[in-house]
Write a protein that binds this ligand. Structure first.
Ligand SMILES: Nc1nc2c(ncn2[C@@H]2O[C@H](COP(=O)(O)OP(=O)(O)OP(=O)(O)O)[C@@H](O)[C@H]2O)c(=O)[nH]1
Ligand SMILES: [Mg+2]
Ligand SMILES: [Zn+2]
Length: 293
């Protein structure tokens, strides 16, 4: 556990990698995480939990996380969420604005200083005594991919996964349903990497709660009826790894859009446009993780 440094100290410890930074630094020199997270932690006098959303590029991490935060701040499912620091609102703002204009948000840049980080205080209105301070970054899938294939390219990812108290792993259900092995292999790599970062004593399974979310389930609605059956059949490799190495794994299905239209972008590629936003299964994985923090 990091010790909180008093605000008047000369140096501040980064929340993600624990390295010391100058008091006036805006991003950590070592890993690039915003130092605003540390300032917030000091103001709250509580260490936050890090919940990380991981997955391949284009699986829908940005759309999912942006929609989740927006739903929480609109008091979906008995939740109350208070953003800490105006920077925390950027992700949900971007996603909701794009979807409102019937477009998907652009892909997340590889550079760490361009990622959105959200710091939220979340509680259940029926149990106001349990307040969770959560830090949720929106990482770029390509950065995850680079880090997994050659560790230490993105130091921030290893530190983040090492410190995460909960993980939401997104897997592209539409691609898996179409018979592509890519979602299964990428998820397998991520889970193997996570297992290595969070090494446990021999023979012990990893206790970190991992919610595996089958994203874009609107393309294959059968996922909603039986996420476990779908994963066992279409994502058999990662299913088996989870069973062997992780103690706390659950499978969910989610989709953010209800209807899609198709058109072309500037380069004449055919791209989908979200005609109608209808989140389904977005809060459930988060609720499951929260109950296990
Ligand atoms: N049908 C459907 N498509 C979706 C959904 N969510 C995302 N998509 C599609 O997936 C694309 C990628 O979504 P993003 O959220 O940007 O993906 P990402 O995981 O953040 O990708 P990187 O930023 O590159 O890591 C979008 O442009 C949409 O075309 C969904 O719920 N349903
Ligand atoms: Mg993204
Ligand atoms: Zn750092």
């Amino acid at each position: 556990m990091t010790t909180l440094t008093a605000p008047q100290a000369e140096a501040l410890k980064c929340l993600v990698c624990d390295d010391e930074n100058k008091i006036n630094a805006t991003v950590c020199e070592t890993c690039g995480a915003p130092m605003a997270l540390v300032h917030e932690t000091i103001a709250q006098e509580r260490e936050p939990c890090i919940v990380t959303v991981i997955g391949d590029s284009n699986v829908g991490k940005t759309v999912y996380l942006g929609m989740l935060l927006d739903m929480l701040s609109k008091r979906a499912d008995d939740f109350d969420a208070v953003p800490k620091g105006a920077y925390s609102i950027n992700l949900q703002h971007t996603v909701v604005s794009y979807l409102g204009a019937r477009q998907f948000p652009p892909k997340t840049a590889m550079e760490v200083d361009e990622w959105h980080w959200a710091y939220y205080q979340v509680s259940l209105r029926s149990r106001e005594s349990d307040i969770y301070d959560l830090v949720m970054p929106d990482m770029a899938g390509e950065a995850l991919s680079a880090e997994v294939s050659s560790p230490n390219t993105f130091a921030v990812i290893r530190s983040l996964l090492d410190k995460s108290t909960g993980i939401i792993l997104l897997v592209d259900a539409a691609m898996a349903a179409a018979g592509s092995p890519q979602p299964d292999f990428f998820a397998l790599k991520l889970m193997t990497y996570l297992d290595g970062v969070r090494a446990t004593k021999r023979g012990r399974r990893n206790p970190t709660p991992v919610a595996v979310v089958l994203s874009k389930a609107d393309y294959c609605p059968e996922c909603f009826d039986d996420p476990n059956g779908f994963a066992k059949t279409n994502l058999n490799r990662v299913w088996n790894l989870c069973d062997n190495r992780f103690e706390n794994v659950s499978f969910f299905s989610a989709s953010v859009v209800g209807a899609l239209g198709y058109g072309t972008d500037e380069s004449q590629n055919v791209v989908p446009f979200p005609l109608h936003v209808a989140p389904r299964g977005v809060v459930e994985p988060f609720e499951w993780v929260l109950a296990r923090l």
